[in-house]
Design a protein around this ligand. Structure first.
Ligand code: 1HA
Length: 270
């Protein structure tokens, strides 16, 4: 696969192939742990993906084949968060999690090796996860002095059930790819050397489908779980569809033409 660089970054690779964008954490010497800069770059790339119409599906992954992401970089943890060059402690990965959920395009986590801690939560919030046989999953928060009580707890529990989610967090055990598949935590397990190929195949299958239908489905899945923000997302898509109708256009046109709108002519459905 001939990936073309979209933009150069320090901590991530951001590339494009036939409607697919790939955001790949590039800190393999730290098992792709993220620091504030890493997350800042991922947020920037995600924002680009949202705005760019030629990007249809997004892959989130890590370089090196040994790790997807091992969570927050513990060596830059300080008083109040993860500390970057500006000396300000941040938990900006939470913003990235929300972006992954709300972007109106499917995001697929392609996981080789470790998906641990905040890195585990990143795959959890993706729409789909394809795991290589060497993938290992788990949370470490209570071991290293952290916890993610947001999507990392409640959305994880929606996926694997309350008992299993509590086990994952309280025991901080690690789970292999087959165990992850068995608990519904991942969609598919493939040999490591086929990971990228199968991930791209899944992207292609999604790309053949009606983009508006897929978009509506993503926001529908979110709506049930994300409260008013979820409903806002779904409703925003309903507004988008409504704006495409002649009935909605009659509204603003009549205003501009300084006449009464004529909505009578539009069909009423049972
Ligand atoms: O919980 C949150 C948040 C909650 C709310 C809001 C925001 C949050 C943001 C982040 C997080 C978190 O992510 S907390 C959880 C942080 N992550 C961890 O606790 C995982 C730490 N790593 C490990 O447990 C292990 O490295 C491993 C099980 C993934 C792999 O073990 P292995 O194969 O024995 O490799 P290891 O030798 O440990 O790691 C290779 C190198 O990568 C080591 O560096 P070296 O000694 O060779 O110089 C290791 O220190 C480094 N490394 C691995 N993970 C991290 C890391 N360095 C910094 N931070 C890491 N997370």
């Amino acid at each position: 696969i001939n990936w073309e660089t979209i933009k150069e970054y320090e901590d991530i690779k951001f590339s494009y192939f036939e409607g697919i964008a790939k955001i790949s954490i590039n800190r393999p010497e730290k098992h792709n742990a993220f620091r504030p800069q890493t997350v800042k770059e991922m947020i920037d790339a995600m924002a680009f993906c949202r705005e760019e119409p030629s990007i249809e599906v997004i892959i989130l992954t890590g370089e090196g084949g040994k790790a997807f992401c091992s969570g927050g970089d513990q060596s830059v943890r300080g008083h109040g968060g993860y500390i970057g060059d500006d000396h300000i402690p941040r938990l900006n990965v939470l913003d990235l999690q929300r972006m992954i959920r709300s972007i109106p395009k499917v995001v697929i986590a392609s996981v080789a090796g470790w998906a641990i801690g905040g890195g585990h939560v990143l795959h959890v919030v993706c729409d789909l996860t394809i795991a290589a046989e060497n993938a290992r999953f788990g949370q470490t928060g209570p071991k290293v002095g952290s916890f993610d009580g947001g999507f990392g707890a409640s959305y994880l529990a929606r996926i694997v059930g309350q008992k299993k989610a509590r086990e994952i967090w309280y025991l901080c055990d690690q789970y292999n790819a087959q165990e992850a598949l068995d608990m519904g935590l991942v969609n598919k397990v493939v040999p490591l050397e086929q990971l990228e190929e199968v991930t791209v195949e899944w992207c292609k299958k999604i790309q053949e489908k009606s983009p508006l239908a897929v978009r509506m489905l993503k926001s529908s899945f979110n709506a049930e779980l994300d409260g008013q923000a979820g409903i806002q997302e779904l409703a925003g898509n309903a507004t988008l569809l409504y704006y495409l109708s002649d009935e909605a256009k009659e509204g603003f046109r009549s205003f501009l033409e300084k006449r009464k709108p004529d909505f009578k002519k539009f069909p009423k459905f049972p």
